[in-house]
Design a binder for this molecule. Structure first.
Ligand code: DAH
Length: 335
């Protein structure tokens, strides 16, 4: 009987010291497990003289009940304490999802275009978006009274400083700091004071190309743009050149790709012409060479420009340029 009282007292003390469920379980096993101290006592009852058995049985049973209550009480206390620590956190709520970002379709297309030209030996050159009037117009043979200026509604920052209306000024900046041969591609943002509609937006992107060396001809220009068209849109692409005018090229040509939607037979996308106009190109005007100190007797070159939005719209069948700038995730997520 004394042994049982000791067991209960010791177990009580140990239970009180438990700081977690794990320790509590160890105490339970130690006293109530298959070889636990109280279990062994209860098993020994049968060997006692018959007259002692009932009293011992009662004491042991009471001890077991007390110990079980103490274990349960302590467990409840530990749980309550743990819950108090994380007050306000509902652990049954689903976890937070993190959105995975992706590249903007204009970035995707720009990188693709740059990659294609890089494969043909073009390096990337960049220039500022806030540009001097000199680089955007004057050095490109477009002086103040030149009628071509009226076609580009320009945002002026201050006297002689503007937001570039085209990536062509990068041609001049590049030639100013390097001597021929020059073979660069120049992607970048441009600005014009246009009213937004399905095909115009005051901010847009262009990619400029420039190649200057000895004996560069218009045939080289045709070759490089045809090669680009086939890599960008598929092997069936044809390229058409038609006379045009740009102040910084002579001769100048507007170029078009066979319609990506119908392949050239005529459809709604190409307004039944079979052709899609892409942008301008031409042989660098000697007047531009004069501004950068190149000898136009020794060197010749071609230049071309293209609108990134236009290419992206054709590639993905997008019918409104404004979609690129609205940041509607339902649109952006598709690329
Ligand atoms: N910068 C011209 C534009 O925005 C496009 C262009 C035409 C670029 C002819 C060129 C070029 O390099 O040779 O309309």
């Amino acid at each position: 009987m004394e042994n049982v009282r000791d067991i209960v007292r010791e177990a009580g003390a140990e239970i009180g010291e438990c700081v977690d469920e794990h320790a509590l379980d160890a105490v339970r096993v130690k006293y109530l497990g298959r070889k636990g101290r109280l279990t062994l006592v209860m098993r020994g009852i049968g060997k006692l003289p018959p007259e002692e058995r009932p009293e011992m049985g009662k004491a042991a049973g009471a001890a077991k009940a007390a110990m079980t209550r103490a274990l349960e009480g302590r467990l409840a206390a530990l749980k309550a304490k743990a819950a108090g620590k994380h007050k306000g956190v509902d652990v049954t709520l689903p976890g937070r999802r993190y959105e995975v970002g992706r590249r903007h379709p204009l970035t995707v297309v720009t990188e693709e275009i740059v990659e294609i030209f890089a494969g043909m030996g073009f390096a990337v050159a960049e220039g500022p978006e806030v540009e001097l009037e000199y680089y955007n117009f004057d050095a490109l043979n477009t002086p103040a009274d030149h009628p071509a200026r009226d076609e580009q509604d320009t945002f002026y920052v201050s006297e002689g400083v503007l937001l570039r209306t085209q990536t062509s000024p990068v041609q001049v900046r590049t030639m100013e700091r390097t001597s021929p041969p020059v073979r660069v591609i120049s992607p970048g943002r441009c600005y014009r004071n246009d009213t937004p509609d399905a095909t115009h937006f005051p901010v847009f992107h262009q990619i400029e190309g420039l190649y200057v060396d000895r004996d560069v001809s218009f045939a080289d220009l045709k070759g490089v743009l045809s090669c680009f068209a086939r890599q960008m849109f598929g092997s069936g692409m044809r390229v058409r050149f038609r006379p045009d005018f740009f102040p910084f090229t002579e001769p100048s040509a507007e170029y078009a790709f066979s319609c990506v939607a119908c392949g050239g037979t005529g459809c709604r996308v190409c307004k039944n012409t079979g052709w899609l106009e892409i942008a301008g190109s031409g042989m660098v005007d000697p007047e531009v060479f004069r501004h950068v100190g190149y000898d136009s007797e020794e060197f010749s070159g071609y230049a071309f420009g293209m609108g990134v939005e236009r290419i992206a719209m054709l590639k993905y069948g997008i019918n409104d340029i404004r979609l690129f700038y609205e940041n509607d995730l339902r649109f952006i997520r598709q690329f």
